[in-house]
Design a binder for this molecule. Structure first.
Ligand SMILES: *Cc1c(COP(=O)(O)O)cnc(C)c1O
Length: 468
């Protein structure tokens, strides 16, 4: 029997067991304890390769800069590099980690709205592929720092083109009301102002990032077209030809491959979580459309040598990570008068390690890890271990942004192991030791089958670190 949540060669059910790259998840929990995050190098590599393949069949020259804010664990960064990926960083700290993980400066791009002088200096001294300037005032600061360092800065400009997507409001980033980017006119003016080919600022490209978990490919096609139109205006006004376009990240992950809980969610939320399109063919198709337009307008030479930079985070790492959690306690009680009593399962994985479950009501499908092949047909209410009423796996406000109940095998209870799937993105990158909970261990299963500790579990003494 095959389950909808399975991913061939990576996430499978065999007998009672949930296997991750062929390894029994219950063996991993026994060896490393829970809560535990498990990552697959093989799956990371497949996800990178899938996007690189957008350059096949007449697609653009693709540069895949993994957005390290989604998960900057060093083992993950090394796996990305090994798979042929480059990297996007958002801070001096992420730049430090990228260099530490072994990325070459030519593989690194640096985003962010509020870079300070030190971060800019570090990026210029390293000589990275591009600093993505978010405002004109930032270009001015980059110019000052580059002059002081005596080394030019490669710069690309982030635009805010007013392109709406159907994702959550807090995840929209290409609207004028968002805090990101500069207006298309400001970018054209900047190309006029900083056109000296031997000056401290070397403007190389333009950038649009639409947001995260964008459910439809159409905004990407519109963003490519907006980049082309902008490139044409820049060429006409200043004579400059761009070296790269950057289309950002935000490609969606289908969190509802198993549809068993989708009718328990409100329609908009179910649509968002089940978003699913082939990102490489979406980019290839969008690129072909823009090429045709450029040819018809006689500007195809503006595109012939352009490199298309992408910044995928979630779509590279989300489905490559699983969170294993143990049910610590159970209880039974009615949710109200005349209702059948709810069976509660209290796990050891709270929102301090899966913050999106609280902030964005993010859905992670759950499989009983040592009873994976049994029918998951009995409803339970789930909650994490924190002394905080918001630490529950349902929508406490009743908006059906998460299902009220999770379907698991009949009779599951204390000490049983659960696997939360698609947990690799925006999880350990956002964890914090709320309630004095030591941060969890992380394991990487290598492409060669070797299991290695990628992060050791914190001890109590780590709770004192930096306290004076
Ligand atoms: C967060 C972010 C990304 C990655 O978004 P995903 O949804 O994880 O793919 C890419 N680019 C920029 C500028 C970002 O802020």
């Amino acid at each position: 029997m095959r389950f909808d949540w399975e991913i061939d060669g990576f996430l499978t059910a065999k007998g009672d067991d949930l296997l991750i790259d062929g390894v029994r998840s219950s063996d991993l929990a026994d060896e490393f304890g829970t809560p535990l995050f498990v990552f697959s190098e093989r799956r990371i590599s497949e996800n990178i390769q899938n996007l690189i393949s957008a350059s096949d069949d007449g697609g653009p020259k693709i540069k895949v800069c993994y957005a390290s804010k989604a998960n900057s664990n060093l083992a993950v960064l090394r796996a990305v590099n090994e798979a042929g990926g480059d990297i996007e960083v958002n801070s001096g700290g992420e730049l430090f980690k990228a260099l530490h993980a072994g990325f070459e400066p030519s593989q690194i791009i640096f985003n962010g709205t509020s870079k300070d002088e030190r971060e800019i200096r570090e990026a210029i001294e390293a000589g990275i592929y591009s600093i993505q300037a978010d405002s004109v005032s930032e270009i001015e600061l980059i110019e000052q720092v580059a002059s002081a360092v005596g080394k030019p800065a490669n710069v690309s400009l982030r635009l805010v083109p007013e392109i709406r997507t159907d994702t959550l409001h807090g995840l929209q980033t290409a609207l004028l009301t968002s805090k990101f980017g500069m207006m298309p006119d400001e970018a054209v003016a900047a190309f006029g102002r900083w056109k000296d080919p031997v000056g401290p600022i070397r403007l190389k490209g333009i950038h649009i990032h639409l947001g995260s978990q964008n459910p439809s490919p159409e905004p990407y096609a519109r963003a490519l077209e907006a980049l082309y139109r902008e490139a044409r205006t820049i060429f006409e006004k200043t004579g400059t030809k761009l070296e790269h376009f950057n289309i950002g990240g935000g490609f969606p992950v289908n969190y509802l491959r198993d549809r068993s809980h989708s009718s328990m969610l409100n329609g908009a939320q179910a649509a968002l979580f089940s978003a699913n399109f082939d990102r490489s063919s979406a980019l290839r198709d969008g690129w072909k459309r823009v090429l045709e337009k450029a040819e018809s307008e006689g500007f195809d030479d503006l595109l012939s040598d352009v490199e298309l930079v992408t910044e995928p985070g979630r779509s590279i790492i989300a489905d490559a990570g699983i969170c294993l959690t143990t049910i610590r306690h159970t209880k039974t009680r009615p949710a109200g008068p005349d209702t059948t009593p709810d069976r509660w399962l209290l796990t050891d994985a709270g929102f301090n390690i899966l913050l999106s479950m609280e902030t964005y009501k993010w859905y992670y499908h759950i499989v009983a890890a040592a009873r994976a092949s049994e029918a998951h047909d009995t409803p339970y209410r789930l909650a994490g271990p924190l002394c905080d009423g918001g630490d529950v796996y349902f929508d406490i406000e009743g908006g059906k942004r998460l299902p009220d109940h999770r379907l698991l095998p009949e009779g599951i209870g204390q000490s049983d192991l659960l696997a939360l799937l698609n947990c690799g993105a925006y999880s350990i990158a956002q964890m914090f030791p709320y309630n004095g909970r030591p941060l969890p261990a992380v394991v990487m299963i290598g492409s060669d089958g070797n299991i290695s500790l990628a992060r050791k579990r914190d001890e109590y003494k780590d709770l004192l670190r930096n306290e004076v």
